[in-house]
Design a protein. Structure first.
Length: 404
């Protein structure tokens, strides 16, 4: 597969002040804006952005579509779509009429409230349709956290360019993509750089999680969607058993993305008669103490990369959906750290390859061969540097405030 990303050394573009495409709205001190997202990652990114905006503009009123994190950050949440991001594509299809109703209610509310601007966070299937409808309101439309247009091809890029006033990216290679299309764009760095850090030292982590001294810790991150967990966790569990046969001094733990996922994991473990600790809090502490992490693709790979821990990426979707994905996706890698690195620095096991017996030799090699593990850590450090500097949400807030 050929992509939009060239194979070149990764260097983050300069993080700079906005320079073009500004729309000034003068003579007002109290502003009203909307922030719209529909998944768990967007809810986190929206909450960080809201905190930065409210710190800069205390009288700002923010309404939006998001989840509990955005609500806690001070946003008036009109609709919460984040729970639907857990059930996968087919689950969303079953609720299509609900989404349609929410869509038109949101458009009507934006028209009524007359906000100074609207901010979209990822979630392109919903957000780009909203942008199409409200473009006629002649207000700035800002995208913070670009959809993965580099994976799906140029069609969606051109649609974004026709609708959006300002793009604010969090991945280093995205700025060049939009600059080529003539859209006002700024790279601000990745917001996870402010969050992903252990809260304890290794000795404290060992005590907190009751980890055995002298044992290698393998941590499972089976994903944030139910269908993802159902496909990946059984593979991880089997692999854990195979590794323990070869290396008896191994212990395993599972990180659950949320309460719903935790209950699903409990059900799978009960069905298989396996007992493994599941944690939902302090995940960065656990990852930082891990000798190896088995993870789903996506944002989790960036979190693990920032912590510079060896990992293996697993990816499985419906066998009916995979041929379509293979035809439409325009990049050679599935894991975000590999996409950013523009080469495979972390092993990926996709579809039929994602089975315990095939993964076992790679897992044992990373556990036994210190040089391989150290080389991966070194490459992850380079990826981390490419993500920019902490303070992404503050820089995004500065750009957005110049439209008010």
């Amino acid at each position: 597969m050929c992509g939009l990303i060239k194979n070149e050394q990764i260097t983050p573009p300069p993080i700079s002040s906005p320079s073009r495409g500004r729309i000034e709205v003068r003579g007002r001190r109290n502003f009203k804006i909307f922030i719209i997202t529909g998944d768990v990652s967007g809810d986190l990114e929206g909450s960080l952005l809201a905190k930065s905006l409210l710190k800069k503009l205390p009288n700002l009123q923010i309404l939006g579509v998001g989840g509990e994190r955005m609500r806690t950050a001070g946003i008036e949440i009109l609709f919460d779509l984040t729970k639907f991001s857990l059930i996968g594509f087919l689950g969303v299809l079953r609720h299509i009429f609900f989404f349609r109703r929410i869509f038109y209610q949101l458009i009507a509310r934006i028209k009524k409230e007359k906000p100074s601007l609207v901010i979209f966070i990822d979630y392109p299937g919903f957000n780009l349709r909203v942008a199409e409808k409200i473009k006629r309101f002649s207000i700035p439309l800002i995208y913070y956290v670009s959809p993965q247009v580099w994976a799906w091809g140029k069609g969606r890029i051109q649609k974004i360019v026709s609708l959006i006033t300002q793009m604010i990216t969090i991945l280093p290679f995205e700025k060049e993509i939009y600059e080529r299309e003539g859209l006002a764009v700024e790279f601000v760095g990745h917001p996870l750089l402010d969050l992903v850090k252990p809260s304890k030292n290794k000795e404290q982590i060992m005590k907190y999680f009751s980890l055995k001294e002298g044992y290698s810790l393998i941590t499972f991150l089976p994903g944030s969607r139910l269908d993802e967990v159902r496909r990946l966790l059984p593979v991880m569990l089997k692999l854990g058993q195979l590794i323990k046969r070869e290396k008896p001094k191994t212990q395993c733990m599972i990180i659950a993305a949320n309460s719903l996922i935790k209950e699903e994991i409990k059900g799978i473990l009960k069905k298989k008669g396996i007992s493994i600790p599941i944690i939902k809090e302090k995940k960065y502490d656990l990852i930082s103490a891990s000798a190896l992490v088995l993870t789903a693709s996506g944002t989790a790979t960036i979190e693990i990369g920032i912590l510079e821990r060896p990992m293996i990426i697993l990816y499985k979707i419906s066998p009916f959906a995979y041929p379509f994905l293979k035809m439409t996706v325009k990049i050679p890698y599935i894991g975000m750290v590999n996409i950013i690195a523009k080469r495979k620095i972390v092993p990926e096991f996709i579809q039929r390859e994602a089975n315990a017996l095939r993964i076992l030799p790679t897992a044992l090699s990373l556990l036994d061969n210190k040089e391989k593990g150290e080389e991966m850590k070194l490459q992850l450090k380079i990826v981390k540097k490419a993500l920019g500097e902490p303070g992404a949400a503050d820089r995004a807030a500065k750009i957005i405030s110049e439209y008010l």
